[in-house]
Design a protein around this ligand. Structure first.
Ligand SMILES: *Cc1c(COP(=O)(O)O)cnc(C)c1O
Length: 385
């Protein structure tokens, strides 16, 4: 008999909200125009595009022309890093890129490619045992030839929040563009680009009940970027290609809903997450919380269990009907701890046994209790193997 499926992986993606879907539907059918067209079909599409841009800008405390629509959070990170790096090289011969060592691959691999193929000098910041970057470490490494700094707002694997506002103000003093990947945090914190002191900020809609395949990059007025998708003059010349109107409308609606329900959602997920964290640490021996105990995403619990393989844990949980995630980089074969857990200095006997449990607005206390009822037995079973 098939067991009920319980989704505890909201940091990977979230289901599309039905109200968000409703808002998108007319733009697949009757309002199908190209926003660059002059006729009324185009005008209708353009009106939807620009009203979405205004709606989003006002929620993020930005100006409408500071919002660029992209195809995902990853693309926004790519445009931020590549765009700022090439522009800084052109304008002031700056070739130094400074990032945290536990950035999402969308930032990390982009920076690594800039170093490998384009001779940028890539430097990674130190992190503390919770995975957080210290502002003083940024200050000590900034140089006149630093092209761009990128530190993620909240880490997807271990949930830790970075002191973005402090880091941003240090970069601003020296006029160095500062990017933050807010793809995780935007689902849980009211983003204010001014309070955060950022020049560039990436968001993807599918982490907050919007559609997959759409994101945005906030670009502070005066921050110069080279476009990385060249072609037509859409998105102020920074991102060519006909805009995906239904998805952009959906992202704006998802962000507006989030904005309205922010406190309610936060309280709901925090209570469930705290239940998971306290019970797991209480009833299972040889387990550690990864990431910061307090300065972390409110829906995010992450652990390492000594002496087990995290992938086996995920698979056994899946058999029992629970969808969670592991920090482990390999899906099969010779398992290795993730880069993030390695950067935290965890020994492999611990680092291999990682588990990430992330809850969302439709997770119930029954779901959490059912999960907590099966987890200890599975861990015990795996330790006997
Ligand atoms: C999910 C995620 C991304 C990638 O976003 P996509 O929209 O899936 O491309 C980037 N950074 C972080 C921190 C994420 O969690």
């Amino acid at each position: 008999m098939l067991k009920e499926k319980i989704y505890l992986d909201y940091a990977a993606t979230t289901p599309l909200d039905t109200g968000v879907l409703e808002s998108m539907l007319p733009y697949f059918t009757e309002n199908f125009g190209n926003p660059s067209s002059i006729h009324r079909f185009g005008q209708h599409a353009e009106a939807a595009l620009e009203s979405s841009r205004r709606k989003i800008a006002s929620i993020l405390q930005a100006k409408p022309h500071e919002i660029i629509f992209t195809a995902c959070g990853s693309e926004s990170d790519n445009l931020a890093l590549r765009g700022a790096a090439f522009s800084a090289r052109k304008l002031r011969n700056a070739n130094h890129i400074l990032i945290s060592p536990i950035e999402h691959h969308a930032v990390l691999h982009t920076a690594q490619q800039l170093a490998a193929l384009h001779n940028f000098e890539l430097e990674t910041l130190p992190i503390d045992s919770y995975g957080a970057v210290q502002p003083k470490d940024v200050a000590a490494r900034l140089r006149p030839d630093t092209a761009v700094v990128s530190v993620m707002h909240a880490n997807n694997e271990i949930g830790t929040i970075n002191p973005i506002s402090e880091i941003g103000s240090i970069c601003r003093e020296l006029g160095i563009p500062f990017h933050t990947d807010a793809v995780q945090s935007a689902a849980h914190y009211p983003i204010d680009v001014n309070a955060l002191n950022v020049d560039l900020l990436a968001i993807g809609a599918h982490k907050f009940y919007g559609p997959k395949g759409v994101g945005l990059l906030y670009i502070r007025e005066g921050t110069l970027l080279e476009s990385s998708l060249t072609g037509g003059s859409q998105e102020f010349g920074l991102r060519a290609g006909t805009q995906n109107i239904p998805y952009i409308v959906g992202m704006a609606e998802a962000l507006a809903q989030l904005h309205n329900e922010h406190d309610q959602r936060k309280n709901h997920v925090t209570a469930l997450r705290d239940q998971i964290t306290s019970k797991v640490l209480e009833i299972i021996p040889d387990v550690k919380l990864t990431g910061h105990p307090l300065k972390r995403l409110p829906n995010h619990a992450s652990f390492v269990f000594k002496g087990i393989d995290g992938n086996n844990l995920i698979m056994m949980l899946d058999v029992e009907g629970f969808a969670c995630s592991s920090g482990s980089a390999c899906k099969t074969g010779n398992p290795e701890p993730s880069e993030v857990l390695n950067s935290l200095g965890l020994q492999p006997t611990w680092g291999l046994g990682s588990l990430r449990v992330t809850v969302g607005k439709s997770t119930s206390l029954e779901d959490v209790n059912a999960f907590l009822a099966v987890l200890p037995e599975i861990v015990t079973k795996l330790r006997k193997l």
